[in-house]
Design a binder for this molecule. Sequence first.
Ligand code: CTP
Ligand code: MG
Length: 581
Amino acid sequence: AELRRDEQPSGSVETGDGAASRGCGAAPAPGSKDKPSKKTFSEVQEERREQAQRSVLIHCPNTVSEKKFLKYLSQHGPIHTHFFYESFGFYAVVEFCQKDSVDSLLNRTQTPATGTEAAIPFRSRFLYLKPKGPSSHAAKQSLARSSNHLPPSKRKLFELLCSAESVDDQLNTLLKEFQLTEENTRLRYLTCSLIEDIAAAYFPECTIRPFGSSVNTFGKLGCDLDMFLDLDETRRLSTQKSRGNFLMEFQVKNVPSERIATQKILSVLGEFLDHVGPGCVGVQKILNARCPLVRFSHQASGFQCDLTTNNRIALKSSELLYIYGTLDTRVRALVCSVRCWARALSLTSSIPGAWITNFSLTMMVIFFLQQRSPPILPTLDTLRASADEEDKCIIEGNNCTLVRDLNKIKPSENTETLGKCFSLFPFQFKQTFLLFSLFYFLAELLLKEFFEYFGNFAFNKNSINIRQGREQNKPDSSPLHIQNPFETSLNVSKNVNQSQLQRFVDLARESAWFLQQEDGDRPSPSSRQPWGLAALLLQTVAPSKRVQKKLPSERIKSLLESVKSNSTQSSTNTSGKQALS
Ligand code: CTP
Ligand code: MG
């Protein structure tokens, strides 16, 4: 009864890098005006992976005394950090200072004695703590407390949003409440590391790498955990030159195509996870998809996992999004609010279908920010132009080169056109100028203009292309065309049908109009009336303020015209685009 889900983590998280309780990776804290992280994406990946390898996941009784628990585990070496959480049971993540301590602990861990049920023996870093007697139970005050891994309830969110100072403040509140916490990020990497231990039974040199929103800085609490099996180490050609007249090769099984190889690998892994993997339930093999995958639920962490193989390009897209998300916190605030908006209005769904996906929405936000004048985000071509020899990366024939060092990202060319004297200033000044221009655009204004921009986008003829940061003619007839950043012949939103796109456009227009009306329209705190994002997102909590009710669709077109004329002074890029017919 003492354990509360909404408490801050009890165990202080000593990351040693000052990243405690922040969002995923090394992204800066929301609202902070600090400089972008200096860490490259691969540095963050390596650091997190190494942390995970020094960690264990322990199912414990929720009556465990934190002090006794830590004392017991410290027999194996000093503990760097730990936290408890509730999923289907009560769990602890314990990160030792040294990897040797994990080995020592595993050497003293037993395989459970079989009782009425038979155990399939498997040794992993997912353990069970069994109390030896009643003395192991803690007194109320020394009970271990649980850290939160759930998004806020609608009620709590409603209260938080209503008590915010401004719509801008509401946007930052959304980000703060939904972004992945430090603990949740650790748990994601640890889960991949545990799955790697299972997969290593088949492929000893494999690596399981997380990608997608768990690592790209745009993750929300509760989002799925995308991971892929990396067999590059097994595939790698030996660098040792063999002497003599012969060349020795491993005998392998050959199959007709790469796709069939992927399906076979995932098929055996799916079976193994299902039959032997501790904590892996509901395993589904979805091998006929364009990108074959095994979907399962990791019960102990509570994550819905999607396991693929050979997905290096998707990892590169995650790196690209990480760069965009790390350049400025408002990018994440805007993406987060657009994702929450789409979810609240049922534009996105956890079930696959013809709806728009979070990945597509993120690409749309990035594209929109590239359209600002001066641009808030650089194009992918600009990121490529800043790359050096070491950054060069070709994956499956696709040029995936990106500048990895965030400090090398130059201000976009458009800022140079502000005046000749600007080009005389040193590089550092230009960077400062760019940052300044980012702060100039409040997230509130950006959200409204995002809705307005896409409410009027010529989806019928144009494609969204973040590589060039320009609209392009659609290469095919899909209703929504967003070019995949690295596999340029692919459309990220191929699944979206015309009616889902039309819903997106209608709701974007209505929301633009709604936010325009909300300007300076905050009711007094005592009225407790839903306003701003609370009214826009939480319609089920406050049905009286439903967007649709307040905004009859037939009025939208004419009202939008007035929104547009009002905002031409603040926006420089709403150049009469064709509305979707
Ligand atoms: N991806 C892609 N093309 C698609 C869909 C997905 O390249 N059409 C890649 C992207 O790198 C994406 C990752 O696969 O980030 C994971 O896909 P998904 O889980 O759908 O998106 P996330 O970005 O992880 O967002 P969410 O929080 O909804 O899971
Ligand atoms: Mg995902």
